[in-house]
Design a protein around this ligand. Structure first.
Ligand SMILES: [Zn+2]
Length: 404
């Protein structure tokens, strides 16, 4: 690593990172202030494409909406991909204006994934100013569909597109330099829908209520034991239903996210969720009683009374980078050269897709500090960002192979 870093072109790249940190922060603010909710990443993507092009990358947008910038190596058959997601969890009308609070920048999405996008932008410029030549092609991409219900469609398309040419993937997500994500957490997401006859809150009282049915199911599932090992989790994230306070709702739905380090544990959680929701619906149907104004037997579960539907919203496969992977060794060499301490992490990121297919992949932070991700108080502090950028620069050059 020392030999690479001391190459005069690489030294120039590292210097460029120190000189351009103010510019990188300006680009981060510019990109963050373009709303980029899932499925609507095109405007932010266009801006990123412009910045990539100004750094001499060969740019294009693929049909999925990924913005791709290529820096050709001497051997076109091998590619190192660095990818940061363009999308945020925030709806289009969220105020994404960046405010300053001391050294902090505050705005929804400023860190996740403003920090990741900014680091790709800084990396593109450092590679350009360094004038390094590499053996493998370095591809920088802003991809779509990482958050929410995007179901990783952006990275899926990139991995499919580059196919067997992909030698390694680095997903850059959020701030910090203190971790290397080598394991992808599996997740499954569902929308659980319950429909019923609906009615008037007074005259139809006793008819089964989809909201109550869902509530019963949630309470039942909440008592299921969630193991610490393999670490697993669940979240009921969105609940909707009903039309007015004095109407028995005709439908209700809840969105659920299940995660686990282990695919078979995830299967067990899914079965438990299905059982709990069905039991909740049955319990509600059985406790329904026709009131004086209602007619009908609600104790039978059928389409006219209560109906339960599960729709999958997406699934992320699990995967793990082997401990003896050359990719991991390279990142560790970079860290020891830079005097950076990092720990191995597990997470659910774009790296899940290559990892699940046996393609070497990690997720890294873009440097700097951040917090409050997925909240309106999200913040990012660019102090120390240079370390994150140097880490990515040296890793990219080392993986791609420095050429004379
Ligand atoms: Zn993210």
């Amino acid at each position: 690593m020392g030999k690479i870093a001391e190459d005069s072109r690489c030294a120039r790249g590292l210097e460029s990172i120190d000189q351009n940190s103010g510019w990188v922060t300006e680009q981060q603010i510019r990109l963050t202030e373009i709303p980029s909710p899932e499925f609507n990443e095109a405007r932010r993507g266009e801006a990123l494409k412009e910045i990539f092009a100004a750094s001499g990358l060969k740019v294009r947008t693929d049909k999925t909406g990924n913005v791709i910038g290529e820096r050709s190596g001497t051997d076109a058959s091998s590619v190192i991909l660095l990818v940061a997601h363009l999308d945020t969890v925030f709806p289009a009308d969220t105020d994404v204006h960046v405010k300053r609070d001391g050294s902090r920048l505050v705005a929804p999405g400023i860190s996740d994934n403003g920090a990741g996008l900014a680091s790709l932008v800084g990396l593109a410029r450092a590679l350009s100013e360094s004038r390094v030549r590499t053996k493998k092609t370095i591809v920088l991409a802003g991809d779509v569909g990482e958050e929410g219900e995007g179901n990783l469609r952006g990275i899926r398309a990139l991995v499919e597109g580059y196919g067997s040419r992909l030698a390694a993937v680095i997903a850059v997500d959020g701030p910090s330099t203190d971790y290397i994500t080598t394991q992808g957490i599996a997740s499954r997401r569902f929308e659980v829908n319950v429909t019923g006859p609906g009615g008037h809150s007074w005259s139809d009282f006793g008819a089964p209520n989809p909201i109550t049915a869902i509530a019963r199911g949630i309470v039942r599932f909440s008592s299921v034991r969630i193991p610490d090992d393999p670490r697993s989790s669940y979240n009921f994230g969105v609940i909707e239903g009903g039309t007015s306070v004095n109407s028995i709702p005709a439908s209700a739905k809840v969105k659920v996210d299940l995660r686990s380090e282990d695919e078979s544990e995830l299967g067990r959680l899914e079965s438990a969720l299905r059982e709990a929701m069905l039991a909740g619906v049955k319990e509600e149907a059985q406790s329904a009683h026709p009131g004086p104004g209602a007619d009908g037997d609600y104790t039978q579960l059928n389409q006219f009374h209560l109906r339960l539907d599960f729709s999958p919203l997406g699934a992320r496969p699990a995967g793990k980078l082997p401990g003896d992977s050359p990719l991991l060794a390279t990142i560790r060499n970079v860290d020891s050269y830079l005097g950076n301490r990092s720990r191995l992490e597990r997470s659910s990121t774009d790296a899940n897709i290559p990892l699940s297919l046996g393609i070497p992949a990690v997720a890294l932070g873009g440097g700097g500090k951040g917090g409050g991700s997925h909240t309106l108080e999200e913040w990012y502090d660019p102090s120390g960002r240079e370390l994150g950028l140097k880490r990515l620069f040296l890793a990219a050059v080392a993986l791609a192979g420095l050429q004379p």
